[in-house]
Structures are given as C-alpha cells and as structure tokens.
Design a protein around this ligand. Structure first.
Ligand SMILES: Cc1cc2nc3c(=O)[nH]c(=O)nc-3n(C[C@H](O)[C@H](O)[C@H](O)COP(=O)(O)O)c2cc1C
Length: 439
C-alpha cells in the first residue's frame, strides 16, 4: 500500500499516534518512538521544519501484514511467492515524487534526526539507495546516511554486498538515487539479497504494484509514489561515518566511508519524511523477514515446515524458531541443519512442534523446559562462520567472523507417549457471568 495511503488507513483505524506538540529532531522524537515502539507515529510539529515525520510504520509483524494485505502467519509464503515470481515494474511519465524540484540543495531542511547521545551526528536510517551495477543492473539497498554538509552524506556501505560490488566495478564512483517515504513492499525488497542480476523492484512490484519514474538528473528510476528523492553521486572521497547503534542495539564504531554528493532534491509538495528507529522492532523486522523464506525452503526440503520466525529478542537476525510437523525421529535434527543452511548469519536455532506458539517467548521456553535434553537434543558447531554483527563472536580483520552455533531440538521425543508432553490446559469461561466489569 502506498506510504501515505497506509498512513491514512492507520489513522482511520485509530492506530496512528499523532503528536501535535512541538518536538525536536535531536533525541526527543527518537525517545518518543522508542517509548511506544510497535505503534505508528506521525509528528505534526517538528521544531525548525515544515515537514511532518512518520515513524514506527513497520514496527510489528501485524503492521507489515496489514500493509501488505496479508495474514501474519502467511507473510513467509507471500514473500517466497514474490521472490520466485518477480514482476518488472511499469514506467510512468510523471509522478507525485517530482511535484517540487530543488537544484539549490540544502539537506539541513530535511528533519534528519539524531537518535542517541552516542551518535556521530544526524543521519537517515530509513532511505533506500539505488545504483546501477555496470554488469548486473539495478541494485537497491538500505544504507544509513550521515549528514556531513549542506549537500553531503557519508554512506555506510557494507563490504561485499550489491552497492559495494557495483561501486568497485565502476571504479569507485556511481550515480545514485536515495528514496525516502516507502511502503513495506519496497522496504522489504531493498533489504533482500536476491540472486545477482535479479531486480529488487521486480520483487517489490510482485508484492504490490510499484510504478517507477525516471530521475531528473541521473540515469536511474525511483518509485513514483515516494515522498522525497535525493539525486547525486557516490564519490571517491571518504569521510568518518559513525558511531551509531546497530541492529544488536550495541554501538558500532567509526569507519571511513564513501561521501555522496547530492545535486538535486525532488519531492511531493507536502512531503512526509519517513524515519525508523535503528536497533528496535522495525529495523529487526525489515532485516530478518526477507531471510525467512530461504530458511523455510531449506527446512521444507528435509521435513514438513509449518512456520518460522527470526525473533526480535535474537536481534531479528541471530535466533530462529522453527515449527515443524514431526513425522520421523530425526526431523528435528535435520531441521536444525537446514535452518543454518538457509541463513548463514544465524547463531542459535530452536525447533518446536505445532502446538508451540512461535510468537510467544514463554511458549518457546516451555518447550525447551519440558521437551529438551542437552546431551541428546543439542547440536553444537564450534568455529562456524558467523555474523559480523555479534559482539561476542571472534572477529579478525580480513577474516570471516567465527562463532559457535547451537541448535536445540525441543520437539517431543519420537516414540514416547506424546500426550504426556502436551499442556492439559484449562477450559474457557465467560467472565461476564461472574464479574461486573471484565478485567
Ligand atoms: C533498516 C535497515 C538498515 C540497514 N542499514 C544498512 C547499512 O547502513 N549499510 C548496509 O550496507 N546495509 C544495511 N542494511 C542491510 C542491507 O539492506 C541488506 O544487507 C541488503 O539485503 C543487501 O542487499 P544486496 O545484497 O542486494 O546489496 C540495512 C537493512 C535494514 C533493514
């Protein structure tokens, strides 16, 4: 659903928290968003800025499901289907994102926020960055963008991924388009690593219609319905980027990163700036959710996979809970192996039966408490390649991070009396019969 249509739908369902009191882009807005993480917010009165700011829009799986018109339990299948059937988007001639064209660039006019006292400066964590790889074509990715001047941003470009590879092939300089104000479909597509050469906008368009329009000053295409577009060039100049909070909610260091020079800003007349909270729910959901279909496919190759989740407690990236329909004694162990194959950065995985609620941490812990014996049901893999984001892993410069991976098979042991492992459960009662006011 188009960014602003989603905002009005949230408003009509009374799910949008509107803040009319004047707020500051420095810490205050971030603190409010953090205090009500999981609830979408619209700041209508931002100190020193005329633009409104929306945040927390995808800060729960229920919100993502409603943005995509799907059920929460169907999200993995919906994503998997779109990944397997990408649909090239349509080009349109004119678009709302070009209602205003500014060639006198001053990025300080945008309500770019400072989130924490540790932050190296104000930055944009919520934009998608579009470049063209000279061999593979268009690549879309999130890159946090630190404001370092009137028309300059320092971009955190992780090594070895789409943008970095394209930049190296192009000799260190590339035209770029940066898009702010995107729907869940575009954000999820940008966070996905597809096979080389597969266009992420075709994934977004398979999730829901995503028309594109040509940029004004660079040879790139952007979503026609977006709010704000920054056009420019990734330069060879390097600048300090960071420190900022990462996905793990710990503080990432300072690095020399490429500077982006912006030459033109186009936007809607009444553009709304979109933010998201680094480290919290929305970051975790957008980062982890695109990995779930590949885990689902791998587990489905070895047993009946019912559902799975990269949990928020596990940073949305390091912990998976996988629900299977166990038919053979070794299904749990096979599912563990397949889960690690489906997501290389994963550190811990727990396999559970169908009666466990994978969205409820208490239910998962109960399965471990009552169905798991470490000497028989744990798979431990010391010295395995791990995530660069895990502070406890072994990091050596120029080498792949090493970690110890652990899988827990918390399914009911095969061949034992399954009924003895089920919760007895109390009956339902209509409390209105007993209480004047239902608690
Ligand atoms: C909210 C969010 C913020 C992210 N920030 C960055 C970032 O600053 N730098 C980066 O290189 N990747 C970042 N990522 C991860 C990339 O978007 C992700 O790895 C992407 O799938 C890589 O795509 P590619 O393999 O096509 O390049 C972020 C992801 C999310 C969801």
């Amino acid at each position: 659903m188009v960014f602003r249509k989603f905002l009005s739908e949230l408003e009509s369902k009374k799910q949008l928290v509107k803040i009319t009191k004047e707020v500051s882009t420095k810490y205050e807005m971030a603190n409010i968003l953090a205090a009500i993480d999981g609830r979408p917010v619209l700041f209508e009165n931002v100190k020193g800025h005329s633009m409104k700011v929306a945040g927390n829009l995808n800060s729960s799986r229920d919100l993502v499901a409603s943005a995509l018109g799907a059920k929460k339990s169907n999200l993995i299948l919906l994503l998997a289907k779109a990944m397997n059937n990408p649909r090239p988007p349509k080009m349109v001639g004119n678009a709302p994102c070009r209602e205003v064209v500014e060639t006198e660039v001053d990025l300080r006019k945008l309500p770019i926020m400072t989130y924490l006292k540790h932050d190296g400066g104000p930055y944009i964590p919520s934009a998608i960055v579009i470049v063209k790889d000279p061999e593979l074509g268009r690549n879309i990715c999130f890159h946090r963008l630190m404001l370092i001047g009137r028309d300059r941003l320092a971009a955190r470009i992780v090594e070895g991924r789409g943008t970095d590879n394209a930049l190296k092939k192009a000799g260190g300089e590339l035209e770029v388009a940066i898009v702010i104000g995107n729907p869940a479909s575009v954000l999820l597509a940008a966070a996905t690593s597809l096979a080389p050469g597969v266009d992420e906008f075709s994934l977004a368009n398979a999730l829901e219609k995503t028309d594109l329009v040509k940029c004004k000053t660079v040879n790139l295409e952007v979503p026609a319905d977006a709010e704000i577009i920054l056009e420019g060039k990734i330069t060879k100049e390097m600048a300090d980027e960071g420190p900022f909070m990462d996905l793990t909610e710990t503080i990432d260091g300072v690095r020399k990163q490429h500077v982006i020079k912006i030459n033109c800003v186009t936007r809607r007349k009444d553009a709304i700036y979109q933010t998201l909270l680094p480290g919290l729910n929305e970051h975790k959901i957008l980062m982890g959710m695109p990995r779930e279909p590949s885990i689902f496919n791998e587990v489905s190759n070895v047993c009946k996979c019912r559902n799975l989740l990269l949990t928020t407690g596990g940073t949305g990236w390091l912990h998976a809970v996988v629900q299977i329909e166990k038919k053979n004694a070794d299904d749990g162990k096979k599912a563990i192996e397949a889960t690690f194959k489906g997501h290389g950065s994963l550190k811990h995985c727990i396999v559970v039966d169908e009666d466990i609620d994978i969205y409820n941490p208490d239910s998962i812990e109960w399965a471990i408490a009552t169905r798991f014996q470490a000497d028989k049901d744990a798979v431990i893999m010391p010295g395995a390649p791990g995530s660069s984001l895990d502070p406890s892993a072994e990091h050596k410069s120029g080498e792949k991070t090493k970690t110890c991976k652990v899988g827990l098979d918390a399914t009911i042991p095969f061949g034992k009396n399954a009924e003895g492992f089920k919760k007895a459960g109390y009956g339902n009662v209509d409390l209105k019969k007993y209480l004047d006011e239902v608690l």
